[in-house]
Structures are given as C-alpha cells and as structure tokens.
Design a protein around this ligand. Structure first.
Ligand code: HEC
Ligand code: HEC
Length: 167
C-alpha cells in the first residue's frame, strides 16, 4: 500500500471532511441535511475544538468520539464533565462537552496529537506499511493501557556470548 493511502479511522473521517470542505467552502451543514449515517439525535456544531479540525460537523465529531469510546473501552463521562445546572429528563446532569475541566480531556488531546505524529512522521515512512497506529493499538479497550508482560518461556536463548558488533 502506498503511504498516501494510509488511513486510520479518525484520519479517514478527517480526510473526508477536508474534501467536503474544499468543495463546499461553506460552514458545517447541520447533521439533518447529511445523506450518510442516520442521526438518532441532533448533534450541535462543536464550539471548542483545539486539536480536531474546527470545521467538523457535530455528527462527524460524534463519530470520532464513539471510536475513542470503543478503543478505550470507556464512556463519554470519562473525559467530559457533567453540568449540574443542566438536568436531563432522567434527572441526571447532562455532560457539557465543550467544558475543559476534566484532566482526561486534556490528556486525550495530547494523545490525539501524539497518534497523528506517530503516523505522519514514522509509520507512514515505513515501506509497505498499511497498519497505522490508533488509540486502540495501545489502549486495547482500556482507559489506561495494560502493561505488556512477555511470556517467560520465550526467554530461552543464551547470553554468554558478547553482543555482535553492528555491520
Ligand atoms: C478519551 C476521551 C474522550 C472520550 C471518551 C469522549 N470524548 Fe468527546 N472530546 C474529547 C476531546 C479531547 C475533545 C476536544 C477535541 C479538540 O479539542 O479538538 C472532545 C470534544 C467533544 C465534543 C465537541 C465539544 C465542543 O463543542 O467543542 C463533543 C460534542 C463530544 N466530545 C462528545 C462526546 C461524546 C458524545 C462522547 C461519548 C460517546 C465522547 N465525547 C467521548 C475527549 C473525549
Ligand atoms: C503509543 C501508545 C498510545 C496511543 C497510540 C494512545 N495512547 Fe492514550 N495512553 C497511552 C499510555 C501509555 C497512557 C498512560 C500514561 C500514564 O498515565 O502513565 C495513556 C493514557 C491515556 C489517557 C489517560 C487515562 C487515565 O487513566 O487518565 C487518555 C484519556 C488517553 N490515553 C487517550 C487516548 C486517545 C483518545 C488516543 C487516540 C487519539 C490515545 N490515547 C492513543 C498510550 C497511548
């Protein structure tokens, strides 16, 4: 696969967004006018994007959020703070998605930039690489990645000889 074709879920979404934005040169269309994925409810346009492209529609942000949620095996409230002044129909406070008070949200922004850099600066420069890094590559469905423990029985080679000098 050519480097230019490397896509990971978020990048694929973003690439599509840039293409649409380039053609339309219009502010983000409301989710209801989109022909893709049926909107089960309306997603307002984002107001506080700092790392994702600012022209994403509410629906596109929502799709990315659902991927992060799945790849980290968590839910929206892990990164988004509840707003005690905004009580939903179930009597519980709604989440204020634009609010930045949870440290996990700040970490997720750094993680997104890191993942982008890993892919654009390193993975895409490996010949024939077709498997970009996603949140799930490291997180594997956990909010905090589980440390890798190698199998002990694999460690059966001999260390008695001096390390080979580099060719
Ligand atoms: C791993 C952390 C994380 C999880 C889980 C997460 N989000 Fe987010 N969310 C973020 C970050 C970070 C941003 C800001 C992105 C930026 O700055 O470009 C954001 C932004 C948003 C925004 C845009 C807010 C605005 O007005 O700017 C919405 C809406 C949103 N998230 C909804 C959700 C929903 C719904 C879920 C659950 C399905 C969810 N998020 C799960 C981290 C998360
Ligand atoms: C290269 C591996 C790697 C990738 C890719 C990665 N993460 Fe992480 N992430 C980590 C590690 C390791 C930690 C734990 C850091 C620590 O707390 O010591 C972490 C921690 C986090 C935390 C804090 C969890 C907590 O318990 O507070 C969030 C939130 C997070 N990552 C979100 C993301 C999101 C969202 C993505 C994709 C956009 C992502 N990560 C991609 C390795 C990764």
């Amino acid at each position: 696969m050519k480097n230019s074709q490397i896509l990971f879920p978020a990048a694929a979404t973003l690439a599509a967004v840039f293409a649409v934005a380039a053609i339309a040169q219009q502010p983000a269309a409301p989710a209801t006018t989109q022909t893709s994925a049926p909107a089960h409810h309306d997603h307002p346009a984002p107001t506080n994007l700092q790392v994702l492209p600012k022209n994403l529609t509410g629906e596109q942000v929502h799709d990315i959020m659902h991927k992060w949620e799945a790849e980290l095996g968590t839910n929206c409230a892990a990164c988004h703070a509840a707003d005690p002044k905004n009580i939903g129909p179930n009597g519980k406070p709604r989440l204020n998605f634009a609010d930045d008070s949870k440290p996990e949200k700040a970490t997720a922004r750094k993680m997104f930039l890191m993942t982008e850099e890993i892919n654009t600066q390193y993975i895409s420069k490996i010949e024939n690489s077709g498997d970009p890094v996603t949140c799930g590559t490291c997180h594997q469905g956990h909010l905090g990645p589980v440390p890798f423990k190698p199998k002990v029985e694999d460690h059966d080679h001999d260390h008695s000889t001096a390390p080979a000098t580099k060719q």
